[in-house]
Structures are given as C-alpha cells and as structure tokens.
Ligand binder design. Sequence first.
Ligand code: BG6
Length: 492
Amino acid sequence: MAQNPQGETPLADAIVLFGATGDLSRRMLLPSLYFLDADGLLPVGFKILATARAQHSRAEFVDQVLKILAARPEGVDDGVWARFSERIDYVACDATTAAGAGELKPHLQGRSRPMFFLAISPSLYGRVCVALAAAGLAVDESRIVLEKPVGRDLETSREVNVAVGAVFSEDRIFRIDHYLGKETVQNLIALRFANTLFEPLWNNLTIDHVQITVAETEGVGERWPYYDEYGALRDMLQNHMLQLLCFVAMEPPADMEPDSVRNEKVKVLRSLRRFTRAEAQSASVRGQYTKGVVGGREADGYEAERGQPTGTETFVALRVDIDNWRWAGVPFFLRTGKRLPERRTQIAIQFKAVPHSIFGNAAKDDLVANRLVIDLQPDEDIALTLMNKSPGISRGGMRLQSMPLSLSLLRAYEGPGSRRRIAYERLLLDVMHGNSTLFVRRDEVEEAWRWVDGVADAWAEAGLAPKPYAAGSWGPSGAFALIERSERAWLD
Ligand code: BG6
C-alpha cells in the first residue's frame, strides 16, 4: 500500500460496512466503531457508510444503532453519540452488481481511502469486489476486509483469493481471524519475546506437551444452515485454533512487521504432520452433541436443532505433531466443541517433570511438573505453577505444594472506566492504519486448508463418523482415550 514520506500508510477515511444489518455488524462491528470513537481513535471526518439490501432510511438505521448500543452494559455517552451518529450514513443496495455498488459512490465523495468490510456471505466476496472495481471504488488506497471462512477447503479458498486478488493487491487484503484481536493472544507474543525467561525453555528439551482447548456452552442453534456445511474442524480448528498453535510454536520473528510474523507462522503450518487414515483413527475424535443439560438447563441435540440426521461434527479433538527441530516429540492436543460444560479458551504448556526427586518418600506424591496456563476466556489470565515448600514443620521431611504465579490481566487492568475490549476494535484500528501483522496472509490461509483437507480426507477414508456425546459433557469418551494413550490427561 502506498506510504507517505514518513513511511506510514495514510489513515483510512471511511469504512463501508457490507451486511450492516446482519448479526456480526450488530454484535461486534458497530459497537467496536463506537468504542474506538469514544477513545478518540477515529480520525476526524471518518465516515461510516453502512449498506445492506434492506430498505431503511438513514434516520431509521441510526436509530437502530442507538438501540444496539443502549442495550449493552457500557451504556451510551451523549457526547460520543452525538459525534458518532454524525458519521453514519446508510444506503440500501445490491452490492454484487456494478449498478448497486455505484449507488455508494455519491456517499463517498471526497474520500479516497475507504476500507470495505465484507460482513456478508463469503460466496459473494468475488462478485462484490468485481462490482466495486466496475463502480470505480476500488481505488489505490482502498483496502478490503474479509471475514472467515475464506473458502471451505483449499480449492474454494483459492477461488475466493483469486477473485478478490484480481481487484485488490495482497497488501490491501485483510483476512480477519478475530482471535488475533484478543488481548491474551497478543500477550502471548509479549510473553514469549519480551522475556528472556521462557524462550530458552520453549522446546522439546523442557516441554512435555501443549493443550489448546476452545470449549463453548452454546449450541449451534439457528446457525445450522452455515454450520452444517463446515462442522467444528472447518469452523474453529482451521482458523482460530491453528492460529493459536502458530503463535505458541513459531520461531522468534525478526520484528513485528507483517511479513516477519506471518513468514514464521507459515513455516509452522508447513511443518504440521499430515494425517493419514491410521492417524484419523488413533489421533482424532469427532463428536456430535445429543440431548443433555448445560449449566442446569436442558439442551436439545444437534440433530433436533438441524431437523434431520447429519454427519457434521460439533466436537473435534486431535493430536497434532509438528515435525521440526524445536517440537519433534512434543504433541499438541487440540479440542473444541459446542455444548460443553463450560466456556473456556485456554492454552496449557506442560513442562517435563524434574529428572530426579531429592525429597524422599513424604513428598513422593507432591511433586507436580510446572505448567504455564494461558486463559483467554472467560477471564484473561496467565499463570505459571511452581513447586514450593508447604509452610510449617514436620518430622517426616519436607512437603511440597504447587502454587500459581498469576498475572491476572483482569485485576491488573481493572479500574474506573476500564472495560474488556471487543477483539474487533484492535483489528479495525489496524486496518485503518494499514497494519496487517494480525491478519492472515493468502499463503497462510491456504496452508491451513491444505492441512485441514488432509484431516477431512483421512476421516472420509477411515469412514470416521461423529460419536454422540451428551450436551454438557466433555465430548465423546474417545477424546479422553486420545490423550491417555500417551499417558497424559486433559487439564479439566
Ligand atoms: C466463530 C465461529 O468464528 O467463533 C463460532 O464461527 C464460534 O462458531 C465463535 O462460536 C467463537 O468466538 P469467541 O470469540 O466467542 O470465542
């Protein structure tokens, strides 16, 4: 993207929000823009041009935005709202045609650096880009933001990338993975590369294994028309979970420049051991929730929500091996599922046990190997468990206990006016500034699909159908067997 004489990318001067009446815009994007404005982070004159097919006047849409913001716990500040509402404009159009996209043009008069955010079905990405180009809107300093999923497999992902790439150069394409906007994911980079403490230990000499869990209590519900085509592997693992794995496993990048970081992530993706039919059976588990109880409330099974039998998985657990020098012999256990007993997103780095205990019989069962646990949700926390002496004296020799050294981000940052940011705030701000470090590059998304396609193919070859698990449980029993096979256990 063109830079000014100071070497900076000029700030975007407008956002065009496609799918402005949809769920993502209502829950995440419009509130994020409001909070950026509240913090003084939207440039003067920055415009929010909302568009969708639904016919609304500008006044009606602005009123809807106010209702969305007022329903949030943070409330609405009159002064900020006065400024924010002035920025909003609304145009009803069919942006997949040149004529439709052309209707946006008069509303962008005087703006030369718009950012287009496609919060619409990925099947429309290519057509909208062509329409933007035909309407003369895809100008040099414009940028485009794509929500996941970029494709359903390697082939369809390439189709989307080619279609969008025909209009926008790669440095102007921002593929969002909202997990990268989460504070703790960025903190992982700080933890690894802003401390001398961990990096020398961050390898197969000291680390026994890694666990990454993304557990949700919510079911699929009304999202089944999308979800049924994707399942947990493609909806969560291909993107969010592989991204977390990359940040844990990548080599130190030279700096925080977009390509430095993304080159390292691509190397990790290329080192993932391909799945074969044998691994499908021994190193993976697919599950689908049936009726059960979550958080004290009865929940339907997925097939009841879907209305008919389906072979889509709502749970997946995998053992992933990274074939490189740093990680050879260190398994990464990944699991994600819907309708699990609790909402938890967590990365656990399990260190090896001490090679020999000097503490004798009394403390035989006390010794626990160190563990670094990074919680992303529901609370943000980083805790390192260390062994120390149990207080007091006893005749039978020293007793030990495991204690967490905790960096509770909630406690550290809480104070008047503090709040937990929506992940999209950071990401929208980065697009505005043209910084793509926290976005997924084309080769990255395609490498992730290549590997995930291998898993899906191995499942198909092995005829691996999802095993039922009751809503409110931790998935099928096979998920426990998967990790216990190597004499390890999930951290529950
Ligand atoms: C989305 C998935 O990308 O991430 C959803 O499509 C999932 O199925 C959601 O529920 C989870 O996001 P978060 O931020 O709530 O962990």
